[in-house]
Ligand binder design. Structure first.
Ligand code: SAM
Length: 282
């Protein structure tokens, strides 16, 4: 089995690794990992003694040529991340792409991912879903990113840091509308918790309770079916624009509504000019 083998590792409970994943790790020449201490603990649990080599955001550019050279020589390399599926908000994409470009063998031993575990437990529609990774940490870019997902007819899945959870939930409510949602915390670990409710309720809870401990996934229901969400959104945007234009310059009103809704300033500007032309705003 020469080649690069992507192996999913547990997201909490160390028992959650597949038998095939363990077999690949045991028989690899070398295991590429984010943090040798984290992966070392997993290997120790299963009595696996294979050399570890760091491959993470800070050394990937430097390390990749040597790794590709070893793959060309026919070595068996496994790639794991600290937890879950490699490449899912974790390192590995460029390595896979470059290996594939040279027709070097790449395989995957699938297993846990926090995104899928949270979706399964959320109680929200699983038939169509969109994993959006981490949102930007600053409010303006975060709302703009949320705006790009607003009309997607699918359940949305986000990773989020505890310190930003309350603010992000509030921005989701503002930008996506007050949808049903679920906050998954510490999945498969001792303090696992799933909190379900409307986005505004969840935002109020975490604003009052303070930043929770541990790791978090937010799952948000799709917009209401039948396109009514878009129509409501249009009415909502018009209302926001009229309010904003009543007390601010055109430029400031456009910036404010773009930040509130996550829509592009160009689009809001176009709508503001249309409102004015129709005499429905100052
Ligand atoms: N590749 C991983 C996967 O497939 O699950 C995700 C890696 S990403 C760097 C780490 C993020 O995943 C955390 O910040 C959190 O949002 C989420 N996460 C990981 N483990 C989790 C858990 N046990 N419970 C809830 N969220 C988790």
């Amino acid at each position: 089995m020469p080649g690069l083998h992507l192996v999913a590792t547990p997201i909490g409970n160390l028992g959650d690794i597949t038998l095939r994943g363990l077999w690949i790790l045991r028989n690899a020449d070398r295991i590429l990992c984010e943090d040798t201490r984290v992966t070392g603990r997993l290997l120790a649990r299963y009595g696996i003694a294979v050399p570890l080599e760091p491959y993470h955001d800070h050394n990937a550019e430097r390390a990749r040529p040597g790794i590709l050279e070893r793959l060309r020589r026919g070595e068996r390399l496994a790639l794991v991340s600290d937890a879950g599926t490699p490449l899912v908000s974790d390192p590995g994409f460029k390595l896979v792409r470059e290996a594939l470009a040279e027709s070097l063998p790449v395989s995957v031993a699938p297993g846990p991912s926090a995104a899928i575990a949270a979706l399964a437990l959320s109680g929200l529609p699983p038939d169509a879903f969109l994993f959006a990774g981490f949102l930007p940490s600053r409010q303006g870019p975060r709302r703009r990113a949320l705006g790009t997902w607003r009309s997607v007819a699918a359940t949305l899945i986000f990773f989020e840091a505890p310190s930003r959870l309350a603010a992000s939930l509030a921005d989701m409510a503002e930008t996506l509308g007050d949808r049903d949602a679920a906050v998954a915390r510490e999945l498969t670990k001792r303090h696992e918790e799933m909190r379900r409710g409307r986005l505004t309720q969840l935002a109020a809870h975490y604003r009052a309770a303070g930043a929770p401990r541990g790791e978090i996934v937010v799952v948000v229901a799709p917009p209401p079916a039948g396109g009514s969400a878009e129509a409501e959104d249009d009415a909502g945007i018009e209302r926001r624009l009229r309010d904003a234009l009543a007390g601010a310059t055109l430029h400031d009103a456009v910036v404010r509504v773009a930040d509130e809704t996550g829509l592009a300033r160009r689009e809001i500007y176009r709508r503001a000019l249309a409102l004015r032309a129709q005499g429905r705003a100052r």
